[in-house]
Design a protein around this ligand. Structure first.
Ligand code: NAD
Length: 265
């Protein structure tokens, strides 16, 4: 698959990994459609990419809404005449322990709210599903070379404090196997499906963590640092151009060992 000239939809494109990926694909000649709930930020992001000589458009959209995602895919096909890459990147976290115990009394004083579980499932799982489905159906009908991408996480191993987030990331990590199996059975050969599971990455999503927490995280990382969003963007560019990568989730995490470490304790 050729990156130059291809048409890519990236959800959550206003900032972080989605913005880095949009910049990088546009710099390599892709035409990029950035979708995000942050309307001003996503509009500014597309403008910045165009000012740098790239081809980009922004669409304000909430990935949990069927009609918004349909609007994004239609905008891509209408404006650029094809749809080749769909990256379901939009995601949120609402961390918390399922049970929080008062150390003094031993009583449970707080629980993770159902709303905080549901909200994360809605964006990370249902939203990503709608994104893949609406992208895949157009790629299948259009017959264009296609790639479905989803962003999982190192949390797919089961991160304490993230029962909601980890559940969604473990779930999407198996989608490439499921969807390539379905496409294979249907005789659809033009669409690949791949997951990317990043380690802790230096984006706005980590801004609420204290320096101590970040130091604690990187202590369990072989390279002793966070992943840079540009390192994920370059992995995505490689996946696009390497047709042999299909039906799998790739980990890019600077050697995060926390999964094994947690289990060994
Ligand atoms: P981020 O918070 O910086 O960016 C996420 C973007 O998604 C934001 O622009 C946000 O507005 C958008 N978004 C949220 N809900 C949306 C919705 N309903 N509809 C449309 N857009 C929506 O996060 P990031 O760090 O760039 O993360 C991007 C993806 O990578 C997420 O799926 C995240 O779970 C995953 N990830 C992040 C890390 C990390 O350490 N930063 C690690 C592993 C995986």
């Amino acid at each position: 698959m050729k990156l130059a000239g291809s048409v890519a939809v990236i959800t959550g494109g206003a900032r972080g990994i989605g913005l880095a990926t949009s910049r990088s694909l546009a710099a390599a000649g892709a035409r990029v459609v950035l979708a995000d709930v942050l309307e001003e930020a996503v509009t500014a992001a597309a403008r910045e990419i165009r000012a740098a000589g790239g081809e980009a458009m922004a669409v304000a959209a909430d990935v949990t809404r069927d009609e918004d995602v349909q609007k994004v895919m239609e905008a891509a096909v209408h404006r650029y005449g094809a749809l080749n890459i769909v990256c379901a990147n939009a995601g949120i976290a609402r961390d918390g322990l399922m049970l929080s115990r008062d150390q003094r009394t031993g009583r449970i004083t707080r629980v993770l709210a159902t709303e905080d579980f549901r909200a994360v499932v809605e964006v990370n799982l249902v939203g990503a599903f709608i994104t893949w489905r609406e992208g895949a159906r157009r790629m299948a009908d259009g017959g264009w070379p296609g790639l479905l991408l989803v962003i999982s996480s190192v949390a797919q191993d089961g991160q304490p404090g993230q029962i909601n987030y980890s559940s969604t990331k473990a779930a999407v990590a198996v989608w490439p196997k499921i969807v390539t199996g379905e496409l294979h059975a249907s005789g659809i050969r033009n669409i690949r499906a791949v997951g990317l599971a990043p380690g802790y990455t230096a984006t706005e999503a980590l801004k609420d963590l204290s320096p101590d927490t970040v130091a604690g995280i990187v202590k369990n990382v072989h390279l002793g640092r966070l992943v840079q969003p540009e390192e994920l963007a370059s992995t995505i560019a490689h996946v696009i151009e390497n047709d042999a990568i299909d039906g799998t989730t790739i980990e890019v995490n600077c050697g995060t060992t926390y999964g094994a470490w947690q289990r060994a304790r």
